[in-house]
Write a protein that binds this ligand. Sequence first.
Ligand SMILES: O=C(O)CCC(=O)C(=O)O
Ligand SMILES: [Fe+2]
Length: 308
Amino acid sequence: MTKRHSANQVAQWHRDGAVLLQQFLTPEEIAPCFEDMRSLYGDKAPTASKARQDDHGEQVGVFSMDQFRNNEDMPFNCSPALNLLGLHPALIAMAKDALGTEDVRLYQSHTWAKYTGAADYEQPFHCDFKNHTLTVPSEEACGRTINFMIYITDVGEADGAISYVPLPDSDPITGPNRAMFLDSDVETQHRLKQKELRGVGPAGSIFAYGIDVYHRGMNLTVPDGYRYTLTASYKAAGNDMIGWSAWPHSFMKPWHLLINNATPEQLACLGIPRPGDPFWTIRTLERAQLRWPDWDLSAYRQAIAAIA
Ligand SMILES: O=C(O)CCC(=O)C(=O)O
Ligand SMILES: [Fe+2]
């Protein structure tokens, strides 16, 4: 059974703008991804790693470039495990139910390693639609995005768990127009802070949210602490309003790790037509095989044979 979510969790995501999926992935699924993260980022820990005590003046937090170090887009130069994590069939199943469509696209996926003291990670409240669309969040479910933050380490409050305010609590404070940034509105930030919850969960848990919910990054305070996450964001196929990565742009990266190991359904989330799609002809199959010699194209070949 691919589904690991309940109808209640999807309903909560719609109502609150966010839902915490406790232990959605198993320790066995997370273990190789942890090793991958360690191989990618293990040497990036700072030598001095005490909790930060930065002064934000009147603001509840600030953005800084430092926060985004050790943040890299898919694909990753490690084993297939981490590369396939954001395309886990149970995530795809939840994305389909949440967006109300059978055809979804992974439009953003990146790893992020945060370390105690490496930056001041405490941000102001914001909504992420700023850099996922040039418009504003859709009122229709299928026009939305579902953004999964997958925990590869245990994430408690002291490990920089994300802070967020469920929509029924934030709307009375901000109003339904939900401005992207509230930096100039210190009073609203502080009122949201009174209502903030933390996305706390053991490794394998997932914070599923949308681009329309107030949240903010927080500092790690545990000495020598670190937080490994992978973000995987989905939209409905054909939703041109939403964007982040154009996957072919990074063609120099190790895409074969995905192409050679993903199922047709996982590859469809990257925009590769499913078996049986008219794109697949004898010629396109031959050329695809030349480009990716180790790609198992048998399902695509069989679909053509069935039509011929
Ligand atoms: O990493 C986090 O906990 C949240 C970061 C965030 O919200 C952002 O950078 O937009
Ligand atoms: Fe954010």
